[in-house]
Ligand binder design. Structure first.
Ligand SMILES: O=C(O)CCC(=O)C(=O)O
Ligand SMILES: [Fe+2]
Length: 328
């Protein structure tokens, strides 16, 4: 059931693609456990209006933990320019050039260390929050400039959503401020290249460690949400200039005492079309003590949580997450 040889990683003919390992003769064994889980019908998501989030937001957070966001105020022209630049920087550049660029990654090493589970994805990790980046030439330099402008919109959106979803939790002013460091989040610019064979995931199943994550995707689709015991497709909607998609992460679940849902999700790889997405993640401040009266978790700092996740991934290849902090 193992790959013939990890050293025999095959590349596709496309020079923009990283050397993703392909299966040799026993196609389809990857993610066999995932594939035992049934696939259900497409999942309808609720829509929240950022101008009037109200009860729709609270219901979406308590229910699915994922929703579409309308009236988000991100200019369609900014989104379109960012996608075009991302396409040029990823699909339009040879792998050998990209791998030398700051922030470039492929195969999501942060989520899995096992070669056989490598994810069919590449991208750039862009730290927001004013860290001085060396200024590379175009198209990556342009991408970073646009990402900074887009990141400011994401911070605005995240703060507005957080204040609305935190209100019913009765957080103090200090908690409301430190539980979301919206300007210090990061942006991942993903490209899921066309995959030459079935049985691969673009991104394996996980919950986000964030407070909340905001996904902007093209019209290709591939995102799936685990709901009622099945993997359900999420329609991409109108694509890059339409509604955004928001999902809550582990920190929203912890500060709400499990009232809010940190949704399990993954991305299917497609043989038919490549997919681009821009994902923004907002976290608590590193030293924020996450606690919830009557909750199931012991108080922990966000830095502690992040370090535990990294340690678990290093030791086992997978994230354990909040279970690690359960009160004994
Ligand atoms: O590309 C996407 O739509 C989702 C990516 C994702 O789930 C993640 O980066 O955590
Ligand atoms: Fe995610």
């Amino acid at each position: 059931m193992a790959l013939g040889s990890e050293s025999q990683a095959a590349t596709t003919a496309d020079p923009s693609c990283p050397p993703f390992p392909l299966l040799e003769d026993d196609g389809g064994h990857i993610h066999e456990q995932e594939q035992e889980v049934p696939s259900g019908a497409e999942l309808e998501l609720p829509t929240v209006d950022l101008d009037a989030p109200g009860e729709a937001l609270a219901a979406a957070c308590r229910g699915l933990g994922v929703f579409r966001l309308a009236n988000h105020g991100v200019p369609a022209s900014l989104s379109a320019r960012l996608f075009a630049t991302a396409r040029a920087a990823l699909a339009g550049a040879p792998f050998h050039d990209k791998r030398a660029q700051p922030g470039y990654f492929w195969g999501t090493p942060a989520l899995s260390l096992r070669v056989r589970d490598v994810n069919w994805v590449e991208g750039f990790h862009v730290a927001l929050g004013g860290h001085q980046q060396p200024a590379p030439g175009p198209p990556l330099g342009d991408l970073l400039d646009l990402a900074a402008e887009y990141g400011a919109h994401m911070a605005r959106v995240a703060r507005a959503l957080f204040d609305a979803l935190a209100a019913p939790l009765g957080l103090g002013a200090d908690q409301a401020a430190t539980y979301l460091a919206e300007r210090d989040g990061f942006l991942r610019v993903y490209r899921y290249p066309r995959c030459p064979e079935p049985g691969h995931l673009g991104m394996e199943a996980h919950t986000d460690s964030s407070v909340l994550s905001v996904i902007n995707q093209d019209a290709v689709g591939g995102l799936q949400v685990f709901h009622d015991g099945a993997w359900r497709d999420v329609a991409p909607g109108a694509g890059e200039t339409g509604t955004l998609l928001v999902n809550l992460g582990d920190m929203a679940r912890a500060i709400s005492g499990d009232a809010y849902c940190s949704v399990r999700h993954r991305v299917a790889a497609s043989q038919a079309a490549e997919r681009l997405s821009l994902c923004y993640f907002a976290f608590p401040q590193d030293d924020a003590v996450i606690s919830c009266a009557g909750g199931r978790y012991r108080p922990f700092t966000y830095a502690e949580f992040r370090e535990q996740v990294q340690a678990d991934i290093k030791a086992t290849g997978s994230k354990v997450g909040l279970e690690r902090f359960l009160l004994r």
